[in-house]
Structure formats: structure tokens, C-alpha cells
Design a protein around this ligand. Structure first.
Ligand code: MLT
Length: 232
């Protein structure tokens, strides 16, 4: 089994995804929200690329969730905090979500036979699942508006670390992320809170989101994309 990393959506066209298991990663905060919501009883999450698609699903009874630039959209029910997604009133409900980078990366993954959702919140579940399947793996970092980011790369490194006996690192991208994680794993929150996106989010006073998204293994679930929706 081989493992490689796509560091931003701008690079995805360089990869042949037709036979890969893709793990989409947006630690701050889209994939953390998805794990937190589905792990707390949300029935399904439909990631969509645009605000208009989300509003159309809202008319069909979906809870509308999302952000642009990290900020909740005024007309939506909830923003993009894992705590928004964990509200007990959303148990059994369907959420439609659109975000700046995370839902875009999911959209760009649709040519792959398998798409799953990873964040520190379900790190061990992702590693165990990947060990049990046979496809080559592509870790797909959502990044920020086409740029590399620290927190997604760090999570990709954590997955490489978890698979170091089972998987062959197929590129310098995987080797670099592995050593990045090796050097930062002792204090994930410290390093993630130094990232560009943490600085962006701190303007909205949501340091608790950053701390929560940095904590490993709160949920033992592997969300999968099936027919355009994420379920567990
Ligand atoms: C994204 O998809 O770009 C992020 O989840 C942004 C955010 O932190 O709200």
C-alpha cells in the first residue's frame, strides 16, 4: 500500500485519483465539524461547493451550515464550529454545508472510488480503517485558498506516522509530513495555534475551536462520502 499527500486543491490535477482511497483533511475546521457532528448523532452531512446549493437544500429541510473567510453566513442556521454541529437538537437531522476550502476539496475528490473524512478528532479511527483496506492512499489537504497550511499537513503526517509499518511513503510530500509530525506531536495545540488560520480564527474569538480541533480521538468514526452525502 502506498501513501501520498496532495497539499492543496490546486495540485489535485497532478494525481490519478481513480484507484485511490482519499482522506480529505481540513482540521480548522470543516472536517473537524463533520466528524464532531456525525459522531454526535447528526444523520448525514451534504457538502456543497456554493452558498446557492446550500440554500436550495435548506428549502428541502436541511440545516444550513457554513462560512466564508471563517465567518458564519448571516442567512445560515449555523456556522463552522464543531460546537455548532454537536448541538443535541441536530441529532437525526441532515446538514448541508459549504465552506471556503474543505467542501471544495471534497467536491474535487469525487473521481475517487472511496472518499473518507479525517481530522485529529478521529485520527486513530482513520489510521485503523486505512490499515484494513487495500487501496493506495491519497491524503488530500484542503489548505487555505490554494495555499499549503500547517494544521492539515500535520494531520497528514500523523496518518503517515500511524501507517509507517504498513505503507510505503510514495513521495517527499509524505516523508516531509511524517517528520513534521514527529517534531510537533508532543504539543499539537501549541503548534496549531501558531498557524495562519488560527490567527484568522482568533479574530472571531474562537480559541476553543482551535483547542478542540487539536485534540486526538474524541470520536471512533470514519465518515464516508456516499451518493454525495457523508454518513458513518
Ligand atoms: C474551510 O473550509 O476553509 C474552513 O473550515 C474555514 C473555517 O475555519 O471556518
Amino acid at each position: 500500500m502506498k501513501i501520498d499527500i496532495c497539499y492543496t486543491p490546486e495540485l489535485i490535477q497532478q494525481f490519478d485519483v481513480s484507484d485511490k482511497c482519499i482522506v480529505v483533511i481540513d482540521v480548522l475546521r470543516a472536517t473537524s465539524c463533520m466528524v464532531a457532528g456525525l459522531g454526535s448523532g447528526v444523520e448525514s452531512i451534504r457538502p456543497v461547493a456554493t452558498v446557492e446549493e446550500c440554500e436550495a437544500l435548506g428549502k428541502q429541510g436541511y440545516i444550513m451550515a457554513g462560512e466564508r473567510g471563517g465567518k458564519k453566513l448571516a442567512q445560515f442556521n449555523i456556522g463552522n464550529s464543531p460546537f455548532d454541529y454537536m448541538q443535541s437538537e441536530f441529532k437525526g437531522k441532515r446538514i448541508a454545508a459549504t465552506t471556503t476550502n474543505g467542501t471544495r476539496a471534497i467536491d474535487l475528490s469525487k473521481g475517487a472510488p472511496e472518499v473518507i473524512i479525517g481530522a485529529f478528532l478521529n485520527l486513530s479511527a482513520i489510521v485503523n480503517y486505512l490499515k484494513s483496506q487495500k487501496r493506495d492512499i491519497l491524503l488530500f489537504c484542503a489548505g487555505w485558498k490554494g495555499h499549503y497550511n500547517l494544521e492539515d499537513s500535520l494531520f497528514a503526517g500523523a496518518v503517515c506516522d500511524g501507517l509507517k509499518k504498513e505503507a510505503e511513503f510514495d513521495s517527499d510530500a509524505a516523508i516531509s509530513a511524517f517528520y513534521l509530525y514527529e517534531s510537533m506531536q508532543k504539543d499539537l495545540f501549541y503548534y496549531i495555534s501558531r498557524s495562519n488560520h488560527a490567527a484568522r480564527l482568533s479574530k472571531f474569538g474562537i480559541i476553543k475551536d482551535i483547542e478542540y480541533c487539536s485534540s486526538p480521538d474524541a470520536f471512533d468514526i470514519v465518515p464516508k462520502l456516499v451518493d454525495g452525502s457523508l454518513t458513518i
